[in-house]
Every structure is written in structure tokens, then in C-alpha cells.
Write a protein that binds this ligand. Structure first.
Ligand code: GLA
Length: 722
């Protein structure tokens, strides 16, 4: 059977998938992968796996993508194809495959939005019904089980222990059985698991080789991945892998009224037949093209006061820091937590959240004198807020105790605070107003760090009926996003940093309303190399805020070099810097001025892994301009650290790798200048002098010699076509 006129082809840009409805109307997956959009039917349609299997849809032995209890109590759902609509969307296509239950008034639309210039496909599901009463959605995956042959599958995921342990790289073989990865906590779930994964169905992949499926659940709440591997009975036939992804439905049954529409989170994913590097470059392009606000605007160099002062500051201290930040070369001075509270001044984390008036003791003139000091110093002023939260010790809590997200039990405190309930109209208005009136204090306040420092521990909302309290997990994200979207709409020129106890909200969904995120509170540069390596697989440098701090007490040159490979800034006690340290920081700012556009917007090429292989004592990666005329390459010699064993630097066991950069123009000549921020290297530690001249072909074939022989050192190569 070779008929193709009823095939549904989704060309995602360099790969794709083909679906078909069989004689019984069930939608089936014909093919998936590099040639997945060009498939023909080799067998009767009924022999292909269901493309969006439902509970009771015919295969009781495999996980379903959708499990519903209908209004009359029926537990099973059987979907048949209704229609397929295709609409041009930007330079791609929006394909809607509409399915309907063969017996009940329930429709399920599978949405696919292509972005051919990046090769990332966005998919989500919309459910609506017209039954006599509410329908209960127990499981509602965004992507159907992607079915593929998996001779030797493995997954790279990012499950950690929580705060300060984000983006922990883990490689796990996928053996027969079901692997379920999930995050919990609702408000800052990505502290335990980034909502991203790389799956290599056909065996370990490298940067340039192997099949890789890259997935990102673009959801600010709990996420999950289900990976189901089954052996096949025929000898020599590879196992079969099914991947599911979406919101974590555990405890989050959704009760849907007639005529209402349930929209699942979006999962963005791509298939590469040429390794992980291609997955990364696609995610970066898609993030710039379809996610990020102001993607062409180079992010500013931020100096934050948090680790310099914590809660202990006053106007004079901050004014002094603003002057020092400007002198160092900052674009923005960011005043962090501790600036607010009148009846209850915020001198530690036990009080004041909710009371967003400046503390009259610390800041008698409010924020305006600080913003003016920044303007006088020639830089911008930024401010920290945590609009979704309240301390029980606050005027807000005295006034509005019923605004708290809770059920009838006494709610748990976490960091001495409670979360507000954004399902209440008044709370959403309040949260938007927190930002409005804070920004309203001075026009020079043009940068906001939006934090959220606790999970949801006591789900419940007075806005939801008793029969649908579990809707909270989904509705909370949607309501919070509506607040964030309104803030972004009202303040289009204000840059927004997303933070949730560090990297608790590092997802492509929430990021749509922001410019960047605080990658982790853990700024120990050795750990940060590994975190930025992992996070950088999905998010471009423009998004990953990376500040120089004292965390880990590492050498300043090394610390600066690590922060320079993300969105660069400082969170340092600038008054306490030695002359040498200050000189190092100044060199780092000079490098930032020359290279941040590449780091933030260039194509990433990873060269030496700090998280895989036997030698995890080194790391190197590069950022290349789109025209291949420029690149910046970072090389790091690490020490011991939290991941894996490592050899002595320079040991015979692990000879240093060459730095082979393959993405440049082979016939062009390039000048290579290297910077050692400590100022100790022979070339004076400055890239200003004449450098080596090599061809792109040589950089690719023999590369640059590994430049480091001591732990906790770094070298930055700037490579420019001549
Ligand atoms: C969180 C953030 C930190 C800092 C503090 C302030 O932990 O991740 O960067 O802003 O809150 O209380």
C-alpha cells in the first residue's frame, strides 16, 4: 500500500514526522526523524503505533498520552481524526490535527508550530468538550509518545538535589522498562530538574555524531518526561522507545467545564542526525527567534549588591557601590533584596515581603536618590522584587490574610514566607502594581530582577470550587504568566531578569516574558563551568546570567573568565578588592566589551567536556559569529569538584586535548589573540598585541595547543578574520 494523499506531514526543518489515520480513524505515527516528513506507507496504517494514544484507545499495555473521565463516569476515550488545518505562521506553519471522541462530545487538537529556520518544533494539545458536566483530565501529555527504534538508548538529564544544584549533568542508559523523570513544587520546580533532556536512541552521541532528540518543556510549573523502552520479540530487532513529555500530572488532575478549553504546556523539540551541537544551535536560534524579548539587544553588564551587602546597607553604602560599579564599567547597578518595609523593615528574610515601600531608615529618600546617583555616574538602575510572596510579618498579611495560596490547613512556611494566590483577581492586580509603583519611583529604573523564593507546599485556592482544587497546578502557572505578560506589556523598555532561588524557573515558557535568568545561586566557578555547559545546550549565553562572586574563594582571574562565558556581571564587595583583583576585573570588563555580543548571540561549538569521559578536569567551548569572521574560545583548567573523578592536570593518563575549532571558514586567515586575566601569561595577559595568524583549516585540523597547566586557570582566545 503506497497511497500518500491522506498522510499528514510535518516538516520541522531538516527533520519531521508523518502521521496517518487508519481505516478505523485512529491517528498513527508513520515516521519520525531526519527523513520523517518524507515517509510513505509500507504497511497497512493499522500496523503503525498510535500517535496520540488514549486510555482505553486499544493498547492497554503502554502508557497513554491522555486519560480522561467523561462527565458520565466513562473512563475510556477513543479518538478518531476529524480534520487537518494548515495555516502559514511567520516563516513556518501551524498544523492542527483535530481529533474527536467517537462517542462523547470531546475534541482533542494536536497543535504543531514549525520554525524551519531553527528546526525546532513546538507542540501542544488543546481539549474541549460539550458534555453534561465537567470532564476530568488525569493525564495530558503535550507530545504524543514519540516512537522510535532504540538499539542502545541513553538520556542526558538534569536532576539535582535542589537549591544551588541546578543543571547537574546525568547520563543514564535507557534499559527496558519505564523511566519517569519529574519535577514538583509548582513555583520553582527547576531547582530539582531542569525541564530539558537529550535522548540518544541509537547509542551514545557526540557533539557531531549520532541521533539526538532534544526536548524542552516550556512550562513554569512541574514538568515530566516518560521514557518507555520495550524489547521486541524478533531476534536482532532493536528495542522500541516511546518518549512522552509535558506538565507533570501527578496530583494535578484538571477538571474542565463544558465549553472551556484546556491548553497543555508547549513542548519544544528537535531531532538531529548529527549530534548534540546541532541540537544546541537549533535551540539557540529558536530561543532568539520565537522566545526571547529583544533578541538583538546585547544584555547589559550588571553589578549586583546582594553578595556584597546582603540586607545590611544604607543610601551612602549603595551610592558608593554605584560609583564603583560605574567606574568598573557596569551598564546597570542592581539593588537586590532588603530595600523595602516601613512598619516592618526588611533586615533579614523573616519580614516585609508584600510591603513594597522603601525602608525609610535605610533609604530615607526612597529609591530616587539612588537612581539619580546611577544617572550621574552614567549607568542605569535596577531593582529586585518578589511580587508573588508575603511574609506573615507584614502589613500586607495583616490587611489581606485571605490572599495566601493555601487550603484549610495552616500552611507551611518556607524561607519564612507564603505565596500569594494569583487565581484571585485582586492578587494579580497587586502583583502588577508592585512592579508599576516600584518603577514609578524614578524613570531611570530600567531593570528588574523578579524573584520567587518558595515552592507551593499547601495547594489550594479560594478561587476554585471544592471539586477542582487540583486545577491549581496548571492555573497557577497560567495566572502568573498573565501577570508577567502584563508587566512586560506595560514596561517594554525595562529589562527583566527571571530568578527563583536561583535557577528555579529556567524554562522557555516563562522566559517569553523576560530577557534572561539567574542561572543558579551557586556561582562557584568550578560548578558554574559544568552548569553553564549543561544549560548552554538549550539556552544561549544572552539568557544565562553569570556573575563574579566570592563563592568557592577561587582565583579572581578564573572566576571572571567563567562568568565571561555567560551574560557577564559582578556580585562582589567592590570596596574590598585588592589592587590586583581590581586590575583583573578591569581586564575582564575589557574582554566583555569585545566578546559579549558573540557569547550572547553567537553559535556555540563545544570542544572539551567537563562532564563526560574520564578526564573531567578541563572544559572548552567557543562562540562563533554568524558570518564566521569572529569567534571567542574559552578554555578552563578545573580542580576537583562535585562531579566525577579527575586526574592531575597534565598527567600522562589524560594528555591535554588540542582545541580544534571546526566551524570557521577553512580558507580564511584568522588572528588569534589570547588573554590570561591574571596578567601572568607571557603575552602580558592582554589580547591587544599581535597574535598568531592561522587559517580556518588549520584551526580545524591541528587546532590550538591546550594552553593551561595549573588548576583554576583559564585562557580566552579571540579569533578574528584578517
Ligand atoms: C534568592 C536569589 C538571590 C537573592 C536572594 C535575595 O535566593 O536567588 O540571588 O536575590 O534571593 O533574598
Amino acid at each position: 500500500m503506497t497511497t500518500t494523499d491522506h498522510l499528514v506531514r510535518i516538516d520541522a526543518g531538516g527533520w519531521g514526522l508523518t502521521l496517518v489515520a487508519g481505516d478505523d480513524g485512529t491517528l498513527r505515527q508513520v515516521a519520525l526523524g531526519v527523513e520523517g516528513a518524507d515517509a510513505t506507507l509500507d504497511f497497512p496504517a493499522s500496523l503503525y503505533p498510535a500517535a496520540y494514544p488514549t486510555w482505553g484507545g486499544g493498547d492497554p499495555h503502554r502508557p497513554a498520552a491522555l486519560r480522561v473521565t467523561h462527565a458520565d463516569g466513562t473512563l475510556t476515550t477513543r479518538l478518531v481524526l476529524g480534520s487537518v488545518t494548515r495555516t502559514p505562521d511567520d516563516d513556518g506553519e501551524h498544523v492542527v490535527v483535530a481529533l474527536r471522541d467517537e462517542l462523547f462530545a470531546l475534541s482533542v487538537e494536536l497543535h504543531s508550530r514549525t520554525d524551519p529556520s531553527s528546526g525546532v518544533l513546538e507542540q501542544w494539545v488543546e481539549v474541549e468538550h460539550h458534555q453534561d458536566g465537567p470532564v476530568r483530565l488525569h493525564e495530558y501529555d503535550s507530545i504524543a509518545p514519540l516512537v522510535m527504534a532504540a538499539p542502545d538508548a541513553e538520556i542526558h538529564h538534569f536532576v539535582g538535589s535542589g537549591w544551588a544544584d541546578e543543571w547537574r549533568w546525568t547520563t543514564q542508559p535507557l534499559t527496558p522498562g519505564t523511566t519517569h523523570l519529574a519535577s514538583y513544587g509548582g513555583l520553582q520546580p527547576h531547582l530539582q530538574m531542569a525541564p530539558c533532556a537529550l535522548v540518544s536512541p541509537s547509542g551514545p552521541s557526540t557533539e557531531t555524531e549520532g541521533d539526538v532528540v532534544g526536548l524542552s518543556v516550556a512550562w513554569g510549573g512541574n514538568a515530566h518526561f516518560g521514557l518507555d523502552v520495550r524489547p521486541r520479540p524478533e531476534p536482532g530487532t532493536p528495542s522500541e522507545l516511546r518518549i512522552r513529555a509535558g506538565a507533570n500530572p501527578v496530583g494535578a488532575e484538571y477538571v474542565l467545564d463544558p465549553g472551556e478549553r484546556f491548553v497543555s504546556p508547549t513542548v519544544a523539540w528537535t531531532w538531529s542526525g548529527a549530534g548534540r551541537g546541532e541540537v544546541t544551535r537549533r535551540f539557540h536560534r529558536w530561543t532568539r527567534h520565537r522566545v526571547l524579548r529583544d533578541p538583538e539587544r546585547v544584555r547589559p553588564l550588571v553589578v549586583n549588591n546582594w553578595e556584597a551587602t546582603f540586607f545590611d546597607f544604607d543610601e551612602a553604602r549603595i551610592t558608593d557601590l554605584i560609583g564603583r560599579a560605574a567606574d568598573l564599567g557596569a551598564d546597570v547597578f542592581l539593588l537586590d533584596d532588603g530595600w523595602f518595609g516601613t512598619t516592618h523593615p526588611r533586615n533579614d528574610d523573616t519580614t516585609s515581603l508584600g510591603d513594597w515601600d522603601p525602608d525609610p531608615v535605610k533609604l530615607p529618600g526612597g529609591l530616587a536618590p539612588l537612581a539619580e546617583a546611577a544617572v550621574r555616574a552614567g549607568i542605569r538602575f535596577g531593582i529586585w522584587v518578589e511580587p508573588e510572596m508575603v511574609n506573615p510579618v507584614s502589613e500586607l498579611h495583616d490587611r489581606q490574610p485571605d490572599w495566601v495560596l493555601r487550603n484549610r490547613r495552616e500552611p507551611h512556611l518556607h524561607r519564612h514566607q507564603l505565596a500569594l494566590d494569583p487565581l484571585l483577581d485582586d492578587v494579580r492586580d497587586f502583583e502588577v502594581d508592585v512592579v508599576d509603583r516600584t518603577l514609578g519611583q524614578h524613570p531611570a529604573i530600567s531593570y528588574v530582577k523578579w524573584d520567587a523564593n518558595r515552592p507551593v507546599t499547601d495547594p489550594g485556592s479560594s478561587a476554585l470550587g471544592a471539586d477542582r482544587q487540583s486545577n491549581l497546578w496548571v492555573d497557577h502557572v497560567r495566572a502568573t504568566w498573565s501577570v508577567m505578560a502584563e508587566v512586560a506589556r506595560r514596561h517594554p523598555d525595562v529589562q527583566l531578569m527571571l530568578c527563583a532561588s536561583g535557577g528555579g524557573r529556567t524554562d522557555h515558557g516563562t522566559l517569553r516574558h523576560f530577557h534572561e535568568f539567574w542561572t543558579s545561586d551557586n556561582t562557584d566557578p568550578v560548578t558554574r563551568v559544568r552548569m553553564q555547559w549543561a544549560c548552554g545546550h538549550f539556552f544561549p549565553g544572552a539568557v544565562m546570567a553569570a556573575h563574579v562572586t566570592r563563592w568557592g574563594e577561587r582565583p579572581m582571574a578564573f572566576t571572571c573568565a567563567v562568568a565571561l562565558s555567560g551574560r557577564f556581571g559582578f556580585d562582589l564587595e567592590l570596596t574590598g578588592l585588592s589592587d590586583d583583583e581590581l586590575a583583573t576585573c578591569r581586564r575582564a570588563v575589557a574582554v566583555a566589551r569585545r566578546t559579549q555580543d558573540l557569547v550572547q548571540m553567537g553559535d556555540v561549538e563545544r570542544l572539551v567536556s567537563p562532564v563526560e569521559g574520564e578526564d573531567r578536569s578541563r572544559a572548552a567551548w567557543a562562540h562563533l559569529s554568524a558570518d564566521r569572521r569572529r569567534a571567542v574560545l574559552f578554555a578552563y583548567q578545573l580542580d576537583g569538584g562535585p562531579v566525577g573523578d579527575r586526574a592531575e592536570p597534565g598527567s600522562e593518563l589524560h594528555p591535554p586535548p588540542a582545541l580544534r575549532l571546526t566551524g570557521l571558514d577553512p580558507i580564511a586567515g584568522y588572528r588569534v589573540s589570547s588573554t590570561d586575566l591574571s596578567g601572568e601569561a607571557d603575552d602580558g595577559g592582554d589580547a591587544g598585541g599581535d597574535g598568531l595568524v592561522v587559517s580556518g583549516a588549520d584551526l580545524s585540523a591541528s587546532g590550538l595547543a591546550w594552553p593551561l597547566d595549573r588548576p583554576l586557570t583559564a585562557r580566552i582566545f579571540e579569533i578574528d578574520a584578517i
